[in-house]
Design a protein around this ligand. Structure first.
Ligand code: MG
Length: 203
């Protein structure tokens, strides 16, 4: 399986990063070793002093597809969860300045915790889901998939032009505003429609 991630998919996050709102989706990937095994703590990598949490809606692909048309994209998933795109912000900044790829900042071991998947309720619009994250019990990120720049279906259509999607692939769909640093001892909890789907202790 592979983990496909979208950067800057919420205007308020692009703004907090002082980045342009993209005209096309920003795509990058994480390896399967970025998945954090369930109930394992997240160990801060020692080569970064500024690891940030990015709360994201995660979509699990359930059919093989290539060059999927947007109108058919909804047939390629039926389960969603919340995940964290952990980002070594200091290293990402360095990569951006040098025009280098982001893997060192984004693809390290454990950088992609994913919560329990839930079936998208019938009639529930994937573009109308509330997601939020608490850090040590206080809300630090909260948003709605209504505010995505590119919808899930547009992302699936876009990405599948270049990359064949396979069963079990995960799509991280970008973070709303409110990203921030994590420290040893922090507990992060991620909610989708007020349901707690993921809890991560930082060590
Ligand atoms: Mg992200």
């Amino acid at each position: 399986m592979k983990i496909i991630c979208i950067g800057r998919n919420y205007a308020d996050h692009a703004k907090e990063m002082k980045s342009e709102v993209p005209k096309e989706p920003v795509v990058f990937m994480k390896p399967d070793t970025a998945l954090l095994p369930k109930r394992n703590p997240f160990f801060l990598p020692d080569y970064s002093n500024d690891v940030h949490h990015e709360l994201e809606l995660v979509v699990r692909i359930n059919r093989v597809g290539k060059s999927i048309e947007e109108q058919f994209a909804h047939r390629y998933y039926d389960e969603v969860s919340a995940g964290i795109d952990f980002t070594a912000r200091d290293i990402q900044k360095e990569c951006k300045e040098k025009g280098l790829p982001w893997e060192r900042a984004k693809a390290f071991d454990g950088s992609a915790p994913v919560g329990n998947f839930i079936t998208l309720p019938k009639g529930k619009d994937i573009q109308d889901l509330k997601l939020s994250m608490t850090k040590n019990g206080e809300v630090v990120q909260s948003g709605s998939t209504k505010d995505m720049i590119f919808t899930v279906d547009q992302l699936i259509s876009y990405v599948s032009q270049f990359i064949t999607l396979k069963i079990g692939d995960l799509l991280f769909t970008g973070t709303p505003a409110g990203v921030g640093p994590v420290a040893i001892g922090d507990t992060l909890e991620c909610f989708l429609e007020e349901r707690s789907l993921l809890k991560v202790n930082v060590k």
